[in-house]
Design a protein around this ligand. Structure first.
Ligand SMILES: Nc1ncnc2c1ncn2[C@@H]1O[C@H](COP(=O)(O)OP(=O)(O)O)[C@@H](O)[C@H]1O
Ligand SMILES: [Mg+2]
Length: 295
């Protein structure tokens, strides 16, 4: 199913403060396409998926999934849309801890009123699809992270929704396990024809898609082919963290100067603290340079 996003805006109000999570975002995903979305933390990736999936509402703009205008749906219809048209996979919080793998896969089908017989047949099929037949009676905490995500993929496929949304589906997994999860998403795309929008920090995961879109400050800033995605693209969040720590230390240094001038600390303390902060800052700057960032 085709997904179209036009001029999407989402503003969150926190008391008097407004946070613009999405600032006129445009996106077109073709039927049967798999796209990756990369971008720094806080750039609006989760907000985008949540609005497309009917978990959150837009402030303005349009989301169209197939022939359904999601942004115009009333709340009651939105729930129905969500159950039937999208499968949503998250980094964690996918599974109900008290239910077995099989029961977790069955749950979305209960919500849409699928008959018991059909449900059980489908659970068996899906356990097979994700290679979890011999783990069907295990509860989530008796499964590895990768196995849990395989169950989550099966649950997302349960109602045969045409669109899969995956928000950091490999976030806490090691590289080898992440690859297994991506392979199952690729099976869902190629063999079951699912249209997939996947958010990831991992460049090797991102490269599995047909197209990679880079989001920054709430809108799409670039479209890349898998070959164009280098480690640097997804390393952005790490660079952001380094920059934030450097800014933080710069501020601490300024405060230290103030304290010394106001005679709140003596010369020895000032010198030693200043020395240590300067050293840490230099180390962080060196790390930034190693990553090819010019400061
Ligand atoms: N429910 C919310 N209330 C207030 N602000 C929010 C909420 N959800 C997200 N935000 C803010 O919107 C921005 C985008 O968040 P998010 O979509 O989660 O980014 P990402 O998934 O790219 O890290 C951030 O500044 C975040 O703090
Ligand atoms: Mg997020």
């Amino acid at each position: 199913m085709k997904v179209q996003v036009k001029d999407l805006i989402r503003v969150y109000k926190l008391g008097d403060v407004e946070v613009q999570a999405l600032r006129g975002l445009n996106l077109d995903v073709e039927v049967g396409e798999i796209i990756s979305i990369i971008g720094p933390s806080g750039s609006g990736k989760t907000t985008l998926l949540n609005i497309v999936g009917g978990l959150d509402r837009a402030t303005a703009g349009l989301v169209q999934v197939g022939d359904i205008t999601v942004t115009s749906l009333e709340n009651s219809h939105l729930i129905d849309f969500r159950r039937k048209n999208v499968g949503h996979i998250f980094q964690n919080l996918n599974l109900i801890p008290t239910l077995t793998a099989a029961e977790n896969i069955e749950l979305p089908m209960i919500a849409v009123g699928t008959s018991r017989g059909l449900r059980h047949k489908r659970v068996d099929e899906l356990l097979n699809t994700v290679g979890m037949v011999d783990r069907s009676n295990h509860k989530p905490d008796e499964l590895s992270g990768g196995e849990q995500q395989r169950v989550a993929i099966a649950a997302a496929l349960a109602n045969d929704a045409p669109v899969l949304l995956a928000d950091e589906p490999t976030g806490e997994l090691d590289t080898a396990t992440a690859k297994v999860i991506v392979d199952y998403l690729l099976i869902a795309n190629r063999e079951l024809g699912k249209t997939i929008i996947m958010v990831t920090h991992d460049s090797s995961v991102a490269r599995a898609a047909h197209r990679i879109l880079k989001i920054e400050d709430g809108s799409i800033k670039a479209a890349l082919t898998p070959a164009q995605v280098t480690e640097d693209e997804t390393a952005l969040s790490y660079v952001d963290q380094l920059r934030a720590r450097i800014n933080d230390i710069t501020e601490q240094l300024a405060n230290l100067d103030k304290d010394f001038r106001a005679a709140k600390i003596d010369g020895d303390e000032y010198t030693s603290k200043r020395q240590s902060l300067k050293q840490t800052k230099a180390g962080l700057e060196e790390e930034l340079h190693r990553m090819g960032v010019v400061t």
